[in-house]
Ligand binder design. Structure first.
Ligand code: 7TS
Length: 423
């Protein structure tokens, strides 16, 4: 990235005009309108640097890793392991051995539930979750609880969709084996007080898994300062390719955990009778991994590091604040989540009283504005909110205040369209 030539008014500390030039897809038109991409919580767009890294890998270095005694194999192995080191630095993990590559956040959480969970959760145990979890951090634990006869408990929500921590003492006790909690809600935007939760959990001997799918892309993350035991996130939500997830775990936990999948790569010595396991983290990476995408993810991390995660966070707070102020000016719009942007990520989830979120989404799409509408894979949360779904705009480093204006104007059209429709 170069830092010159501002083509648009920059918002906050990021040179958004310059950043946008790195994203080829932002030059696209949709139904004849410039694309306004506000579905970043689902997946982010990819900068040219990441796309080029994929092409470069396949054109110059493609080989399988950890086995070949030829030049390409050594280059591919070095690049893959360098990406692991970049991920470790990005979240301040104590060492690259604490980083396991998976397919996505979902697989990282499943890995923990299947391995650590099976070994540590018994019939007398409680599994503590929250009512705002994504299905990915809910269903693996429901399955584990059903298999082991363990009990599921939930931290409830306040009227502003923050965690209700008043009764936490009763929910968390010495039989609570794990607390699995999202760092930032994909559905309503709430950022949860992970530091406080971890302290409370560790006092009870409870292990903590943090779902970082919506935090790692958007704010500085320091897993050592957070003191969590597991932290899971996805490359595709942070400028990287699809097909790569990360599980960070404390080294001693990884050492004692059984492998998740079995086969090549994850073994040390195999006989016809049995096998011994490879060292961590390779013990958890059976088979040929997603080499090209992991390497390109390393480039996405370089890109975000170059921007500075403090700056990314400040930019998103500015856009979110502006979007909330503009939406509040519209009559009848109801915005979910905490009112203060300091307590929320770059997600604004809202509803009109008589408009189905899917109808909002469809009309916005015709205006070139991509949002998500629906339950956001948080059906229990939607049930608590008393709605089938919400309309959700989610922001990232390339979004501008002008795009928020386009969103608001398109929403005005949606409302006019449907109010004309009613007799
Ligand atoms: N956890 C949270 C908090 C998420 O937001 C998501 C994806 C996941 C886990 C699962 O990530 P994956 O990469 O394994 O799919 N959230 C969304 C979303 O909000 N819209 O589409 C996917």
């Amino acid at each position: 990235m170069s830092s010159q030539n501002v083509s648009e008014k920059p918002t906050g500390p990021l040179d958004v005009g310059r950043i946008r030039e790195d994203f080829p897809i932002l030059g696209r038109r949709v139904y004849g309108k410039p694309l306004v991409y506000l579905d970043n919580a689902a997946t982010s767009q990819k900068p040219r640097q990441v796309i080029e890294a994929l092409v470069r890998y396949y054109e110059q270095h493609n080989a399988n890793i950890h086995r070949a005694i030829h030049c390409l194999g050594e280059e591919a192995t070095a690049a893959y392991e360098e990406a692991r080191a970049k991920v470790a630095r990005f979240i301040n993990a104590p060492s690259p051995e604490c980083i396991v590559f998976t397919r996505n956040t979902t697989e990282a959480i499943n890995l923990v539930a299947h391995t650590w969970g099976r070994a540590n959760v018994g019939p007398q145990a409680d599994i503590l979750l929250t009512q705002m979890e994504h299905h990915s951090n809910l269903i693996p634990w429901q399955r584990l609880a059903a298999e082991k006869g363990a009990s599921l408990r939930y931290i409830g929500l306040t009227n502003e969709q923050t965690l209700e921590l008043d009764g936490l003492d009763e929910l968390m006790h010495d039989r609570t084996r794990i607390l699995a909690v999202t760092h930032a809600s994909n559905a309503v935007g709430t950022i949860n007080p992970i530091g406080r939760l971890v302290k409370e959990a560790h006092r009870n001997g409870t292990t903590v898994l943090v779902d970082g799918a919506q935090s790692a892309p958007h704010m500085p993350v320091d897993v050592q300062a957070m003191d969590c035991d597991f932290f899971a996130f996805s490359a595709h939500k942070m400028l990287g390719p699809t097909g790569v997830g990360v599980l960070y775990a404390r080294r001693e936990l990884l050492d004692e955990m059984e492998p998740f999948l079995a086969g090549g790569e994850m073994i040390k010595r195999v006989t016809l009778e049995g096998a011994t396991w490879n060292d961590v983290p390779w013990k958890f990476e059976a088979g040929t991994p997603n080499i090209a995408d992991v390497i390109a993810f390393g480039v996405a991390i370089d890109y975000l590091t170059g921007l500075g995660m403090e700056n990314v966070r400040a930019h998103e707070m500015e856009i979110t604040d502006y979007a909330m102020r503009r939406l509040r000016q519209m009559e009848e719009v109801f915005i979910y989540g905490p009112p203060d942007v300091a307590d929320r990520g770059g997600v604004v989830s809202f509803n009109y009283p008589d408009l189905h979120p899917h109808d909002i989404g469809t009309i916005l799409d015709r205006e070139g504005v991509a949002i998500r509408a629906g339950h956001h894979c948080t059906q229990p949360l939607m049930r608590i909110l008393g709605v089938s779904g919400t309309a959700r705009a989610s922001f990232y480093v390339y979004n501008t205040l002008e795009e928020v204006d386009v969103l608001v104007e398109a929403l005005g059209k949606a409302r006019a369209f449907f109010s004309n429709d009613t007799p």
